[in-house]
Design a binder for this molecule. Structure first.
Ligand code: NAP
Length: 283
């Protein structure tokens, strides 16, 4: 990874932090993205201490805000002349329905639309530098749901887990359609399930939080192990030229049938374009 430039979103904690740290350890220059200056500064300090490298910096953006994503993409383009790897990782589960500054349901906006918009805004930078890679952290949680196109914003009913599941299905439909659009461009895009990982995603108040944390302590893997497939997809020569796949424990596996629905993938792309006013840079 010497000389390569990588962007990792949600790099202030959990799987994204380890992904950023290990890419730095392997010689890459890494731009981490997070929303809290304090947490990002602490993460940068830790990575410098733990790797002995200074090839890490953080840019601050709230990825639930489309204006912030646009500013972030401009800052990245201004900062680096080329981009080799984009890891879309930032995400969350929200116990109550919340809306973003753009008036969108937070889970859908952060977990899906941020991947969609940031990727599209950086696509020319990746294409100009092909071969380049896009890695999207999805989840096995995508199984058992379909997208409800008449209620993507969760206005009719909101369930935290259902909203999360649908956002992760959206990740896979996005990867499917993007891989089709990027065919022969030299830019690959793949998704992954990191495993059940002990991270801050399970933060919640009260008894619900206690149960979630206790279960994670008992059954979840470490963030180090959880980041292994993200890192593999970002760096390994084994997946050179491989695109449009979904990996678990570094192996390609089948997605749910809903995630293989080409019509839904195209429809989601068009809806996402409308919701973000993204110029479709890939045809
Ligand atoms: N943990 C699991 O078992 C598991 C399983 C399957 C899939 N995943 C996926 O793995 C990815 C990483 O999750 P994790 O488990 O590592 O969670 P985490 O420990 O909560 O880390 C999430 C990261 O995203 C950042 N983030 C959250 N909201 C943001 C926003 N609005 N703007 C910018 N950054 C934001 C967080 O920043 P702060 O430091 O400011 O909070 C943090 O850096 C997610 O896509 C998740 O869906 C996780």
């Amino acid at each position: 990874m010497q000389g390569k430039v990588c962007v990792v979103t949600g790099a202030s904690a959990g799987i994204g932090f380890i992904t950023a740290r290990e890419l730095v350890r392997q010689g890459a220059r890494v731009i981490g993205v997070g929303r809290s200056p304090e947490r990002c500064e602490a993460a940068a300090r830790r990575i410098r201490e733990e790797t002995g490298s200074r090839a890490i910096e953080y840019l601050i953006a709230d990825l639930s805000s489309q204006a912030d994503i646009r500013r972030l993409a401009s800052e990245i383009r201004a900062k680096v002349p080329r981009l080799d790897v984009l890891v879309n990782n930032a995400g969350g589960i929200f116990l109550t329905r919340q809306t973003t500054v753009d008036g969108l349901e937070l889970t859908f906006a952060l977990n899906h639309l941020a991947y969609f918009l940031l990727t599209n805004l950086l696509l020319d930078h990746l294409k100009a530098n092909a071969p380049a890679r896009i890695v999207c952290v999805a989840s096995a949680a995508h199984r058992g749901v379909r997208l409800e196109f008449d209620d993507l914003n969760g206005e009719k009913r909101y369930s935290p887990w259902r909203a999360y599941q649908r956002s992760k299905l959206a990740n896979l439909l996005f990867v499917r359609e993007l891989a089709r659009r990027l065919d022969s461009s030299g830019v690959t895009v793949n998704a992954l399930h990191p495993g059940y990982v002990k991270t801050e995603i399970f933060r919640a108040d009260g008894i619900r939080g206690w149960i979630l944390r206790r279960a994670a302590e008992l059954f979840a893997i470490t963030p180090e192990r959880g980041a292994e497939t993200s890192i593999y997809l970002a760096v390994s020569p084994d997946v050179e030229g491989v695109s449009g796949k979904y990996f678990d424990r570094k192996r390609p596996i089948e997605t749910s049938s809903a995630a293989r629905d080409d019509e839904a993938a195209k429809r989601l792309w068009h809806v996402s374009e409308e919701l973000t006013s993204a110029s479709g840079q890939s045809s």
